[in-house]
Design a protein. Structure first.
Length: 97
């Protein structure tokens, strides 16, 4: 049983640590953030009148980019508020109670 709090604590069997950069939520947040920045930039600086006509006057790149950036922020918040705790002794092959 791990003790949560700041993300680092001890368990009955040994020491526990946060997954950190190896948490898949950080990788997904980074990808959404990169694609969101690209689409937001394209929406702000690369949208022509012909593009807006095709999409019925909606700047799809801009709104999709903003949406992706919001999802990236949500993934980072999820990671900060509910970190994955890894029992380092059990991961190293130690015995558990």
């Amino acid at each position: 049983m791990s003790i949560s709090g700041s993300g680092q604590g001890t368990t009955r069997a040994g020491r526990a640590r946060r997954a950190g950069a190896f948490d898949i939520r950080i990788v997904i947040a980074a990808l959404f953030g990169i694609f969101g920045l690209i689409l937001t930039g394209m929406g702000l600086f690369g949208t022509s009148d012909a593009d807006l006509q095709k999409s019925d006057g909606i700047n799809i790149n801009l709104w999709t980019g903003i949406g992706l950036l919001l999802v990236a922020v949500l993934f980072v918040l999820w990671n900060r508020l509910r970190p994955i705790i890894v029992d380092t002794e059990a991961a190293a092959g130690g015995e558990r109670d």
